[in-house]
Design a protein. Structure first.
Length: 180
Protein backbone atom coordinates (compact mmCIF):
# COMPACT_ATOMS: atom_id res chain seq x y z
CA UNK A 1 0.00 0.00 0.00
CA UNK A 2 1.27 3.46 -0.88
CA UNK A 3 1.95 6.01 1.82
CA UNK A 4 -0.53 8.84 1.03
CA UNK A 5 1.51 11.47 2.89
CA UNK A 6 4.69 10.57 1.01
CA UNK A 7 2.80 10.54 -2.30
CA UNK A 8 1.25 13.96 -1.60
CA UNK A 9 4.55 15.55 -0.50
CA UNK A 10 6.39 14.26 -3.58
CA UNK A 11 3.58 15.35 -5.87
CA UNK A 12 3.44 18.89 -4.43
CA UNK A 13 7.25 19.17 -4.42
CA UNK A 14 7.35 18.27 -8.11
CA UNK A 15 4.78 20.94 -9.01
CA UNK A 16 5.60 23.81 -6.64
CA UNK A 17 8.25 23.29 -3.94
CA UNK A 18 7.58 26.76 -2.48
CA UNK A 19 4.31 25.42 -1.08
CA UNK A 20 6.29 23.05 1.13
CA UNK A 21 9.25 25.20 2.04
CA UNK A 22 9.29 28.89 1.28
CA UNK A 23 12.84 29.21 2.60
CA UNK A 24 15.95 29.26 0.46
CA UNK A 25 17.39 25.81 -0.15
CA UNK A 26 20.91 26.80 0.91
CA UNK A 27 22.89 25.91 4.02
CA UNK A 28 22.20 29.32 5.56
CA UNK A 29 18.51 28.52 5.94
CA UNK A 30 18.58 24.77 6.57
CA UNK A 31 17.75 25.31 10.26
CA UNK A 32 14.31 26.55 9.15
CA UNK A 33 13.44 23.25 7.50
CA UNK A 34 13.40 19.54 8.17
CA UNK A 35 13.46 16.64 5.75
CA UNK A 36 10.52 14.28 5.38
CA UNK A 37 10.56 11.62 2.66
CA UNK A 38 13.54 13.35 1.05
CA UNK A 39 11.74 16.70 0.74
CA UNK A 40 12.48 19.89 2.64
CA UNK A 41 9.50 21.13 4.66
CA UNK A 42 9.15 24.42 6.53
CA UNK A 43 9.26 23.81 10.29
CA UNK A 44 6.78 26.56 11.05
CA UNK A 45 4.20 25.52 8.48
CA UNK A 46 4.45 21.78 9.00
CA UNK A 47 4.76 21.80 12.78
CA UNK A 48 2.96 24.88 14.09
CA UNK A 49 -0.18 24.82 11.94
CA UNK A 50 -1.00 21.10 12.15
CA UNK A 51 -0.19 20.80 15.87
CA UNK A 52 -2.23 23.94 16.66
CA UNK A 53 -5.22 22.65 14.75
CA UNK A 54 -4.90 19.18 16.28
CA UNK A 55 -4.68 20.69 19.78
CA UNK A 56 -7.75 22.83 19.14
CA UNK A 57 -9.59 19.80 17.73
CA UNK A 58 -8.72 17.58 20.72
CA UNK A 59 -9.74 20.27 23.22
CA UNK A 60 -12.98 20.92 21.31
CA UNK A 61 -13.91 17.23 21.18
CA UNK A 62 -13.15 16.94 24.90
CA UNK A 63 -15.39 19.95 25.56
CA UNK A 64 -18.22 18.44 23.50
CA UNK A 65 -17.94 15.08 25.28
CA UNK A 66 -17.32 16.37 28.82
CA UNK A 67 -18.58 19.98 28.97
CA UNK A 68 -18.75 20.00 32.78
CA UNK A 69 -15.05 19.23 33.35
CA UNK A 70 -13.44 22.14 35.14
CA UNK A 71 -10.88 22.62 32.39
CA UNK A 72 -13.69 23.45 29.96
CA UNK A 73 -15.54 25.86 32.27
CA UNK A 74 -12.55 28.18 32.69
CA UNK A 75 -12.93 31.76 31.46
CA UNK A 76 -11.35 32.89 28.20
CA UNK A 77 -8.51 34.92 29.74
CA UNK A 78 -7.23 31.83 31.57
CA UNK A 79 -6.82 30.06 28.20
CA UNK A 80 -4.87 33.10 26.95
CA UNK A 81 -2.59 32.94 29.98
CA UNK A 82 -1.96 29.22 29.56
CA UNK A 83 -1.36 29.73 25.84
CA UNK A 84 1.11 32.49 26.66
CA UNK A 85 2.96 30.22 29.07
CA UNK A 86 3.27 27.64 26.29
CA UNK A 87 4.62 30.36 23.97
CA UNK A 88 7.29 31.42 26.45
CA UNK A 89 9.96 28.82 25.47
CA UNK A 90 10.12 29.98 21.86
CA UNK A 91 10.24 33.63 22.91
CA UNK A 92 13.08 32.89 25.33
CA UNK A 93 14.91 30.97 22.61
CA UNK A 94 14.54 33.87 20.16
CA UNK A 95 15.85 36.38 22.70
CA UNK A 96 18.75 34.15 23.70
CA UNK A 97 21.84 34.69 21.59
CA UNK A 98 23.47 31.89 19.68
CA UNK A 99 22.14 29.20 17.43
CA UNK A 100 19.66 26.56 18.45
CA UNK A 101 19.66 22.97 17.31
CA UNK A 102 16.95 21.68 14.98
CA UNK A 103 15.70 19.51 17.81
CA UNK A 104 15.32 22.53 20.11
CA UNK A 105 13.58 24.48 17.35
CA UNK A 106 11.16 21.61 16.67
CA UNK A 107 10.37 21.18 20.37
CA UNK A 108 9.79 24.90 21.00
CA UNK A 109 7.64 25.22 17.87
CA UNK A 110 5.58 22.22 19.00
CA UNK A 111 5.09 23.72 22.47
CA UNK A 112 4.14 27.06 20.88
CA UNK A 113 1.64 25.28 18.64
CA UNK A 114 -0.03 23.61 21.61
CA UNK A 115 -0.27 27.01 23.28
CA UNK A 116 -1.84 28.55 20.20
CA UNK A 117 -4.46 25.79 20.12
CA UNK A 118 -5.24 26.40 23.79
CA UNK A 119 -5.43 30.18 23.36
CA UNK A 120 -7.76 29.78 20.36
CA UNK A 121 -10.22 27.57 22.26
CA UNK A 122 -12.39 30.45 23.63
CA UNK A 123 -13.17 31.39 20.03
CA UNK A 124 -15.00 28.07 19.72
CA UNK A 125 -16.35 27.53 23.21
CA UNK A 126 -17.14 31.02 24.48
CA UNK A 127 -18.90 33.31 21.99
CA UNK A 128 -18.47 36.30 24.31
CA UNK A 129 -14.68 35.94 23.86
CA UNK A 130 -14.59 35.55 20.05
CA UNK A 131 -13.69 39.16 19.39
CA UNK A 132 -11.13 39.14 22.22
CA UNK A 133 -9.52 35.99 20.83
CA UNK A 134 -9.42 37.40 17.31
CA UNK A 135 -7.88 40.69 18.49
CA UNK A 136 -5.33 38.82 20.62
CA UNK A 137 -4.21 36.74 17.64
CA UNK A 138 -3.96 39.82 15.39
CA UNK A 139 -2.01 41.67 18.10
CA UNK A 140 0.48 38.81 18.22
CA UNK A 141 0.57 38.18 14.48
CA UNK A 142 1.32 41.74 13.35
CA UNK A 143 4.52 42.15 15.40
CA UNK A 144 5.58 38.62 14.45
CA UNK A 145 5.23 39.38 10.74
CA UNK A 146 7.08 42.68 11.20
CA UNK A 147 9.88 40.87 13.03
CA UNK A 148 10.14 38.27 10.26
CA UNK A 149 10.25 41.00 7.63
CA UNK A 150 12.98 42.90 9.44
CA UNK A 151 15.10 39.80 10.08
CA UNK A 152 14.55 37.88 6.81
CA UNK A 153 18.14 38.40 5.65
CA UNK A 154 19.82 37.80 9.02
CA UNK A 155 20.44 34.17 8.14
CA UNK A 156 22.16 35.21 4.92
CA UNK A 157 25.14 36.66 6.78
CA UNK A 158 28.26 35.07 5.33
CA UNK A 159 26.57 34.02 2.09
CA UNK A 160 28.41 35.14 -1.05
CA UNK A 161 25.03 35.87 -2.68
CA UNK A 162 23.64 38.08 0.10
CA UNK A 163 23.26 41.07 -2.20
CA UNK A 164 21.19 39.01 -4.64
CA UNK A 165 18.55 37.97 -2.06
CA UNK A 166 15.77 37.02 -2.91
CA UNK A 167 17.02 36.37 -6.46
CA UNK A 168 19.83 34.15 -5.17
CA UNK A 169 20.39 30.53 -6.14
CA UNK A 170 18.82 29.46 -2.82
CA UNK A 171 15.46 30.43 -4.30
CA UNK A 172 16.14 28.69 -7.60
CA UNK A 173 14.28 25.46 -7.03
CA UNK A 174 15.27 24.06 -10.41
CA UNK A 175 18.96 23.67 -9.57
CA UNK A 176 21.11 23.02 -6.55
CA UNK A 177 22.44 26.19 -4.92
CA UNK A 178 26.12 26.41 -4.02
CA UNK A 179 27.00 25.01 -0.60
CA UNK A 180 23.61 23.33 -0.19
Amino acid sequence: MKNPLRWMIHRIAAKDPLLLSHHPTCKYYNHHTFTLYGTQLCMGCFIVYPVSLMTLLVISVGWLLFPEFRIFTTSGPMYYIVGGIFAAPIVVNKVRSGSRSKRTRIITKTILAIGLGIAAFPFISQPEYRLHTFVLFVMCLVPYIAHKGLTARDDCQGCPEIDDFPDCSGFDFNSDPPDK
